[in-house]
Design a protein around this ligand. Structure first.
Ligand SMILES: [Zn+2]
Length: 133
């Protein structure tokens, strides 16, 4: 699905991310986006999951690279940091040049979306999610 150039860029990004990971922090926001803040400067960027294609997560970011590298699943280092956060949470794994959403995460995501359709009854939803975990 990804051509070799995209693959190569992704591997480069993965390496870059490991180098900068210490100096940044990624905070998950209530809407499921991720705020990435650089400790060395006052800027922060917001990363979103843009789409999932054949299990591969595609990210968008509010930084310049995130705006113009839309042909890449991971357009910038902020997106890679966000992906690493998903990986640490056990929701995604690095595989074959991209971050793939784990099947269990897809199931839980669908359950959560379904649960949100009956938000007036939060107690049974919480119980169902506890069973699913
Ligand atoms: Zn970015």
């Amino acid at each position: 699905m990804l051509d070799s150039i995209s693959r190569h860029r992704l591997y480069g990004l993965a390496a870059e991310i490991r180098a900068v990971e210490e100096g940044h922090n990624a905070r998950v926001l209530p809407d499921g986006s991720i705020l990435v803040k650089a400790e060395s400067n006052p800027g922060s960027y917001r990363v979103f999951i843009r789409r999932v294609a054949d299990g591969v997560l595609w990210f968008a970011c509010t930084c310049r690279s995130g705006q113009y590298r839309t042909s890449l699943p991971v357009p910038c280092k902020h997106a890679a940091l966000a992906a690493r956060r998903l990986e640490r949470e056990g929701l995604a794994r690095w595989e074959d040049g991209g971050w793939r959403l784990r099947e269990r995460a897809q199931v839980r995501g669908a359950r959560l979306l379904l649960a949100r359709t009956v938000q007036r009854r939060p107690a049974p939803v919480a119980a169902a999610m506890a069973d699913a975990a």
